[in-house]
Design a protein around this ligand. Structure first.
Ligand code: NAD
Ligand code: UD1
Length: 333
């Protein structure tokens, strides 16, 4: 099977490229490198020892995008490409709606035109909103709190409508919890430019001395130690979840949502302490007020992915911290 991977040079996309090449899939990668670098393509090739076609292309450029479908036989698409910073989406909603929604619609129109009907979508636990109680199950009511999350929910709805209208589509909506960690080679991982928004990238920058201390956003939540609880999942487990979704995609009936998490919650301080154990580096931190829009506790019920995809996360929080540390140590800049 030949799989088009949009956003394939990004954090989760690059790990999924490695996983698919290792499982014998053919891949074609497209990315505009707005949040990644062409150098990642060479790194995927050096990890796997395999070469594959890659295109620098923007999803919003329909003609440029079409060239990829003309030049390659595509059997399925995994759609990672999108903008993903929550705070930025509040400041620039039009940019987020245009990129994520218009880009996805271009992709779906091209798939329709070229007879491609298998689609795996990067959704997010953010669609569970603020009013559900963990563990989250796929059939809970959905809502969002920011434009980024709304793009994810709207795309889920577009795909669901499409599957109702045209019965030959097979769509997996993968709702990721909190991906962290990196490939064990230390060649690919997540290293955002500037000041990170998310917990693990922030801790990593503190660990290599690029930032002085972590701010812990609130210690008065109704959680065991008062800090926010999340379901951290190793990016390689997540990548394996995509391979499982592709394996099972023909058995899906329309659009089906799956949680990809570990089913376990860890607090901010659990992550800090696990990272300190893995790295031997002390992470100084200071408690500050809560961050607007944060919920106390978020973790997945992953029963559906286990039963229907035959997928389960394997890596522990200690593994995730070890691999994040290995990556940042080798790529401090
Ligand atoms: P990432 O930013 O590392 O990867 C996304 C890739 O898409 C980047 O390489 C970027 O250059 C590319 N891209 C963006 N707009 C594009 C466009 N118009 N045309 C072509 N390429 C474009 O992000 P990631 O962490 O790998 O996330 C991948 C997907 O998973 C995203 O859709 C994200 O919203 C979703 N997701 C991520 C997380 C997370 O915590 N990382 C959680 C839930 C869902
Ligand atoms: C955030 C987004 C979510 C998105 C996800 C992945 C918000 C409100 N939610 O999720 O929509 O899908 O990232 O991109 O932005 N924390 C600190 N100090 C920090 C950073 C984080 O204490 O410097 C805490 C947070 O309060 C939270 C936990 O660490 O309790 C995890 O935060 P983060 O990594 O940003 O992920 P989420 O908030 O779960």
């Amino acid at each position: 099977m030949n799989v088009l991977i949009t956003g394939g040079a990004g954090y989760i996309g690059s790990h999924t490229c490695v996983e698919l090449l290792g499982s014998g899939y053919g891949i074609v990668v497209m990315d505009n490198y707005s949040n990644s670098s062409p150098a990642v393509i060479g790194k995927i090739e050096s990890i796997t020892g395999k070469k594959f076609p890659s295109y620098q292309c923007d999803m919003l450029d329909y003609e440029g995008f079409e060239k990829i479908f003309k030049e390659n036989k595509i059997d399925a698409v995994i759609h990672f490409a999108g903008l993903k910073a929550v705070g930025e989406s509040v400041e620039k909603p039009l940019e987020y709606y245009r990129n994520n929604l218009a880009g996805t619609i271009n992709l779906l129109r091209l798939m329709k035109r070229y007879g491609v009907r298998r689609f795996v979508f990067s959704s997010s636990a953010t669609v569970y909103g603020m009013h559900n109680t963990a563990p989250f199950t796929e059939d809970m009511p959905l809502s969002t709190t920011n434009p980024y999350g709304t793009t994810k929910l709207m795309i889920e709805r577009i795909l669901t409508d499409l599957c109702h209208a045209e019965r030959d589509w097979k769509v997996a909506l993968l709702r990721y919890f909190n991906p962290i960690g990196a490939h064990q080679s230390g060649l690919i991982g997540e290293n955002p430019n500037g000041i990170p928004n998310n917990l693990m990238p922030y801790i990593m920058k503190v660990a290599v001395g690029k930032l002085p201390e972590l701010r812990v956003f609130g210690d008065d939540y109704p959680t065991p130690d008062g800090t926010g609880v999340r379901d951290y999942i190793h990016v390689c487990d997540l990548a394996a979840g995509h391979a499982k979704a592709l394996e099972k995609i023909d058995s899906l009936n329309g659009a089906r949502a799956f949680n990809l998490g570990t089913g376990k919650g860890s607090s901010v301080l659990d992550v800090v302490h696990a990272f300190e154990r893995a790295s031997g580096v002390k992470i100084p931190y200071r408690v500050t007020p809560r961050r607007a829009g944060d919920i106390a506790t978020c973790y997945a019920d992953c029963t559906r992915a286990k039963n229907e995809l035959g997928w389960e996360a394997k890596y522990t929080l200690d593994d995730m911290c070890r691999d994040s540390w290995n990556f940042i140590r080798k790529n401090p800049d």
